[in-house]
Design a protein around this ligand. Sequence first.
Ligand code: NAP
Length: 253
Amino acid sequence: MSQETRRVAIVTGAARGIGAAVAIRLAADGMAVAVLDLDEGNCADTVKEIETAGGKALAVGADVSKTDQVEAAVGRVASELGGPTVLVNNAGLLRDNLLFKMTDDDWDTVLNVHLRGSFLMSRAAQKYMVEAKYGRIVNTSSSSALGNRGQANYSAAKAGLQGFTKTLAKELGPFGITANSVAPGFIATDMTAATAARVKMSFEDFKTAAAAQIPVRRVGVPEDVAHTVSFLVSEGAGYVSGQVIYVAGGPLC
Ligand code: NAP
């Protein structure tokens, strides 16, 4: 049995989209995976796909922005699967609006889920990583960290995650723990489908228009991100820390 077979990973927002692809990939890499999302019942499809392929998974319901739920969820993972040494903070949502129309709730909700959620999950999981003197944390940033019209809340959260990641890399590095950010560009998921609906475009037309602006001339799929996360959480990536990897089909600036 390889070391990686014994690793326990938590992937947040893993009921669908990028998180589901990451959970499935890490299970295929040999990890036992806690598939965490708001509603435990919604994790069933991801868990089933992992188990059908012969992997090990546990559905866990928690709101990553709530301290008590995060502490309980990480504790449950530790007792049912073992201490987590891999954490992928992926849970997210959008509340897009131009600044003059953005409500306090739009701002707080996005900052709470992306930034506070990643903080709470990382704080709860680092204990097991420090004990194991090994850990891998990946925070999901975005190309929007560089600024995006209508996303003052989201771009602030995603840029914040890059600073958060670099600080974790410095604080936790002495314990054998790396922290990196993956920053996707346009990835075809329910999130981008919802954006298409908001701007009153069919998802197909929206993707075609986006692809025309991307150097590799296609939009991304969740597996593109999962592949990069798989590398960042691998044992061999132990000398890569505090980095931001854009998975966007080309350079962004
Ligand atoms: P998605 O399809 O909307 O999936 C997001 C998942 O996160 C959903 O299952 C959602 O649960 C869950 N979630 C939301 N709030 C949560 C909370 N408080 N606690 C736990 N789970 C929560 O989104 P996606 O496109 O896969 O995006 C995944 C991540 O990549 C996000 O952080 C997103 O910002 C980032 N990203 C995406 C793109 C893109 O083009 N798609 C680009 C850059 C970055 P519910 O279904 O119950 O709401």
